[in-house]
Design a protein around this ligand. Structure first.
Ligand code: NAP
Length: 300
């Protein structure tokens, strides 16, 4: 339970609503800013009009949206028509024991937290969150694949690049739908595991040789890997869905020149399954807060 703890939420989209509901369910005191246009209202919370030092001074936990702030401190608040900003004076007002949660922080937020000695927790860095998130990501990638091809996934020739949290789930999901799955890896243990999974592994250094007969390529490697040289080997029917964080790992300019459909597909969990993505974050944030406060209690 979160009894006795005060959570302050600044802004956020539909995912944030799930986190707020979970905190209320677990008996936290919850104060929210940036939800004035939301209908119906969330029950069991205290709604504040603006971010203030007084509000922040009451927080044990401050929860920000997935992208915490921009580089000017502005916080995204799609359920409000007001601009929200998290400023130095607000961080200064937070109690020193407070925890700040976000998906991933820009330098602005990292620096502010460091300067004020406040612990910042970036949820998307956690392995469990990345693995859970890979499920809506793979489903979203399939949706894009279906929308952009005139063939079934079943029986199609697919390449997945990268066998990390997202690549593994992507390959397994495609396999489940009856696709022929090749996977590009750079480690021998990944090669062995991929073979055991029934996929056709290859080393990414050999990507060019693997690219001559593919229908769909899903990239999860966050570095330039689908180069002009690779794209020049692909049939024109190939569709490239780049899941890696911006700017992706594809030479989009050359793909367009060759007439190959290539698209960067960021933020899929929040787009295709905001409720699930919110529940993933809600469970992991609440568990993390309980662990943080338990550890502190044990140390005292
Ligand atoms: P991850 O677990 O770190 O996996 C990345 C994979 O890329 C690893 O297997 C890594 O290999 C491989 N890799 C990195 N550099 C490489 C290189 N130069 N050559 C060959 N392989 C290389 O990361 P993840 O959680 O799966 O996320 C992958 C990307 O997807 C990230 O950019 C993430 O931000 C993004 N993402 C996007 C969405 C979306 O909605 N589009 C959702 C979630 C994540 P090693 O294991 O050998 O290091």
């Amino acid at each position: 339970m979160l009894t006795g703890l005060t959570f302050v939420f600044l802004g956020g989209d539909a995912r944030q609503l799930e986190i707020i509901r979970k905190c209320v369910e677990l008996d936290a005191a919850v104060k929210i800013v940036g939800f004035d246009q939301l209908e119906p209202k969330i029950t069991g919370v205290q709604e504040e009009e603006k971010v203030s030092r007084e509000l922040l001074s009451s927080a044990d936990v401050l929860v920000l949206p997935i992208v915490g702030t921009n580089e000017n401190g502005e916080v995204s608040a799609p359920f409000s028509d007001k601009t929200l900003a998290l400023l130095d004076e607000h961080l200064a007002a937070l109690p020193k024991h407070a925890l700040v949660y976000t998906g991933m922080a820009k330098n602005y937020l990292r620096t502010l937290c460091e300067q004020h000695g406040i612990r910042l927790i970036e949820m998307l860095e956690r392995d469990d969150v990345a693995i859970y998130n890979s499920i809506p990501t793979a489903e979203g990638a399939l949706m894009i694949a279906i929308q952009n091809t005139n063939i079934t996934i079943h029986g199609s020739n697919c390449i997945v690049l990268g066998m990390g949290r997202t690549g593994f789930t992507m390959a397994r999901t495609l396999q489940g739908m009856g696709a022929n799955v090749k996977i590009g890896v750079r480690r021998s243990e990944h090669y062995a595991r991929a073979l055991e999974m029934g996929w056709k592994p290859f080393m990414t250094a050999d990507l060019a040789a693997q690219s001559s007969d593919i229908d769909l390529l899903f990239n999860t490697i966050p570095t330039m890997i689908v180069t002009a040289q690779i794209i020049s080997k692909m049939p024109r029917k190939t569709v490239i869905i780049d899941l890696a964080s911006a700017p992706g790992g594809t030479d989009f300019r050359f793909a367009e020149k060759r007439g190959i459909k290539a698209m960067l597909a960021p933020g899929l969990p929040g787009i295709v399954a905001p409720k699930t993505a919110g529940i993933i974050l809600a469970n992991c944030i609440c568990q993390s807060v309980m662990e943080e406060y338990k550890t502190r209690g044990d140390e005292m």
